[in-house]
Design a protein around this ligand. Sequence first.
Ligand code: HEM
Ligand SMILES: [Cu+2]
Length: 827
Amino acid sequence: MNALKRHRRLDAIWSSQPGWKGWFSTVNHSDVGRMFLATAFFHFLVGGVLAMLIRAQLATPHSAFAGPEIYNQLFTMHGTIMMFLFAIPTFEGLAIYLLPKMLGTRDLAYPRLTAYGFWCYFFGGAMLLLSLVLGIAPDGGWFMYPPLTGPIYSPGINTDFWLIGITFVEISAICAAVEFTVSILKYRAPGMSLAKMPIFAWYALVTSLMILTGFPPLILGSILLEVERAFGLPFFQAEHGGDSLLWQHLFWLFGHPEVYIIFLPAAGVVSTIIPVMARTTLLGYGWVVAAVVALAFLSFGLWVHHMFATGIPHMGLAFFSAASTLVAVPTGIQIFAWIGTLWKGRPQLHLPMLHILGFFVTFVIGGLTGVMVAVVPFDWQVHDTAFVTAHLHYVLFGGFVFPMLAAIYYWLPLATGRKRFFRLGEVAFALVFFGFHLTFLAMHWVGLMGQRRRIPTYAPEDGWTTINLISSIGGFIMAIGLAIVLLEVVLHMTTRHRVARNPWRSGSLEWAMTLPPPAYNFASLPHVEGRDPLWADEALAVRLARGEGYLGDPPDGQRETLTVDIATGDPDYHVVYPANTRLPIVFSAVTGLFFLSLLLKVYWLTPLAVAGVAAVGWGWVWTLGRREDPGTQDVGRGVRLPSSDSVARSPGWWGSLFLLVANATFFGSLLFGYAFLWTVAPDWPPPALIAPSLFVVAVALAGAAFGVAGIALADRANRRGGAPVSGLGIALLGTLGSAAAFAWLMIGTPDPAGHAYGATLFVLGAYGLFHAALAVLMTCFLIARLRSGFMAPGRAAGLPIVGLWMAYLALVTVPILLAAYLPWVLA
Ligand code: HEM
Ligand SMILES: [Cu+2]
């Protein structure tokens, strides 16, 4: 087969339906990545317009441009959109687009999940934007503190848009994080050991693990607050045994890591681009990886520095203040690695480099003001002033937007296959850089003079007028700069100036393909020997196109790739991907219906939506199986691999494992909340405690044990060629028992609406019931599979996955029972 014929063949297999119709059915990572980035950029524009409205209001004293109600919506939506609908999705889009290309493979681990995540983001974002258009947008600030956002002070629907819309959007973050983790660990080019991975993949891996452990506290907090608002379960109301500070803990348990979740991918872009611009390799690769991992760990011990003004004990203040300054160490290591790389190379001042210099200056200043507010007395002084707003923009704009602008200019030739023609970028950079510093230096200053954040007006006597006007003018200069960037990107995509392959002379695999990249990325997969495969072999792209790598002989109609051993990068399994389908958008629409029914309080629709989710989910998983044994496959270069459907540690198993990591963090946060209320909130212990029931304990424990043992038996029988039917029966019995026990626990909970004790127990019981019901559903699924002839010794992937969920159910059963009965035992 010659290169052209191979290309035609692969293109027929991989490309999506042409035209706009293709958007709804594509599951290809290049398509979905671009859709993500375009949507995120649109949100950036909306957030930017809101910022301009804020600055317009603050430009003059006593301005009547936006009244307090509107102003509250403006800054809340600005912060919310920038954080949740722009920054995180931009990382997701960039990584979805780039990772498979950099790792030398054809797609991410779960193509349909990529698309599902996008649609959840799209619909959730649309929900929030709709609230803005209707003038009923959230107005409690981007961190939504109760009691202000509780049912008493914010009775309207505004807050519900935030709690429900953001939770909907966060599904996409969790999906993407699971997907990136598994893809980076398993879906790489053969030979690419962990130590040979492109540095961006390390950053993306750490960021994904942080999303998995950082987002669940927020999701939990949002659910609890929404349940309090909708059904009156008082988690955050002091007069009913709740505590509004619990929200602050949950929020910042998420919120501080969030800042690093935004910064790390940007740092990954910087670590990728600097060596290329300096024509050398990254100095201290191992050190940088270690620093990133350290930063991730540290960032989970810092959340309290957002709460220095809430009356934390002195020891706590000292600890969190010291921990906060400690962050400077791993950040410093990275900055020295970047400077050292520039030092040892021959840096060239191309446009991406200009933005990286902008990043350096801005981010270092943001880091310095960060060390200032880590000092408790100083923080008390500037708390809630424009100084803090200015600091956070130096970190977020400096640490994220500048690197992303560098990324745009760096990877645009890859995505379009064209080169820049109108040299507008340099002017744009100057305007953005100058405008940014004018805006936010001024805000530091006026903040130190006492101007508070989130307040729409000030008086001429305050003496803040000139500084605010300067700040606003700066803001508009920056906006013009950003508009020019947009103009240039549009021009770039419409003018025909073809770029040569690998214009920056990078050593990384994403440049080893024809530009713009075909839907299948690589006609055959490379064998990687070092960190810069393209430097080692300049003709690599041509050789891959000729089919000299792996999987160069595509069988008809089958999207295929291979996975590797996590550490060594030796190829281990052959993978067949699902093709284009509308299932993701349908699934996400049904998921959206669930959230919508809660938002609009049409509760009769909720159970229908849940049933819809279960039904579509069932259909989704059903299509994954095969009725015939796949056997081993010839993947080229003399290698034969078993199919990933036939092994215990299948892609689905790894995905479940990391989803359960997120789930366990959610559960841990729930237990934390319970313990926090128990020890800190007033009015504990509550009037009536639930007494231990031997029946519930016995049935719950036996149910969990039956579930685990049943699946293990079934798995063993299946692998030995026997029928797993008795094992599945035992598991079904056990999971039904579990469900009954948790339902009983919920029914027996005293007065959930009267006291936070009952409310928390009720939620713990519901959590158990949910997982037991899920386990029942999964067992039924396996039984149906067995009856339809999908189960055989050579197709063993399903049972270990369900086994994992059973083990998790057993794992959470014990703490739930302890939480339920310990207060009574102690009392
Ligand atoms: C495009 C240029 C931007 C301008 C001119 C701008 C301006 C502002 C201003 C003036 C405020 C303070 C409102 C007040 O407290 O009264 C604010 C708040 C905020 N901004 Fe920006 N911003 C910009 C970009 C960004 C970006 C890129 C991010 C994040 C990635 C961001 C995140 C936030 C957050 C989280 C708040 C706090 C909202 C709250 O207090 O609830 N901003 N912005
Ligand atoms: Cu922080």
